[in-house]
Design a protein around this ligand. Sequence first.
Ligand code: ADP
Length: 260
Amino acid sequence: AQEARLRAQRMESLGTLTGGIAHDLNNVLTPILMSVQLLEQGEDDAGRREILKTMEGAVKRGADMIRQVLSFARGVEGRRVEVDVVRLVDDVVAYAQDVLPESVHLDLVLDTSLPATSGDPTQLLQILVNLVTNARDAMPSGGTLRIRSSELVLEDTYSSVSHLAMPGRYVAIDVEDSGHGMSPEVAEKIFEPFFTTKDIGKGTGLGLATSLAIVRSHGGFMQVYSELGRGTRFTVGLPVSSSPRADSPAAARPEALLPR
Ligand code: ADP
């Protein structure tokens, strides 16, 4: 039953994806076609160079798109191994230290005794890297990026961004920025493949769609809370892989996911 549900979710994601691809492919091919037509009409050297540059840009965008689509498609499969979440978080912290400009302060609130989850470590890291990249992009003139990790017990079914999370133990990772935030209209669309508010060449709009597909295939959940002009917090919940222990520490309550 679980497998059938995952398959159904995958088909649904692919359906949305196909519509997005058709639209974006069109955006890539149109400038190429126009350039070819211009070249056929004959141009001087300077004009030809200009046109070739446009074509090169479009082809690069197409290649980038395909790379991301492939990674999106892989997102729903992947390996299943025991994943050390403490190390996973360490890896994304190292990434953040690498890519954040000096104007962004990194604030870490980490639980260093988190239980493991099960899945594909590369894919899980990819989710967090996407969130950190988006957070950086949302703070062009600096701010604070907070990464927080904790254990979380859902006592009831929890309605997350696009599906229900089952009750149980989770590790929760928050990536929170003090950036420009999102309007409700934007927030509504951010998980759609190819939705982006970034300039052409800077965003493909596949980061969050891919991340959500990966989270779903791992039986996790994702939540977002954003305020325009103030910042955004993404929470990724991944199920704890071991069976619940009687001596498990008193874990945070789901309230942790609500706006502070
Ligand atoms: P991309 O980063 O290529 O645009 P994503 O799927 O990762 O694609 O993000 C989609 C859109 O969601 C972004 O273009 C942006 O408008 C919005 N978004 C994502 N993360 C944030 C954030 N931390 N703060 C503000 N807006 C965000």
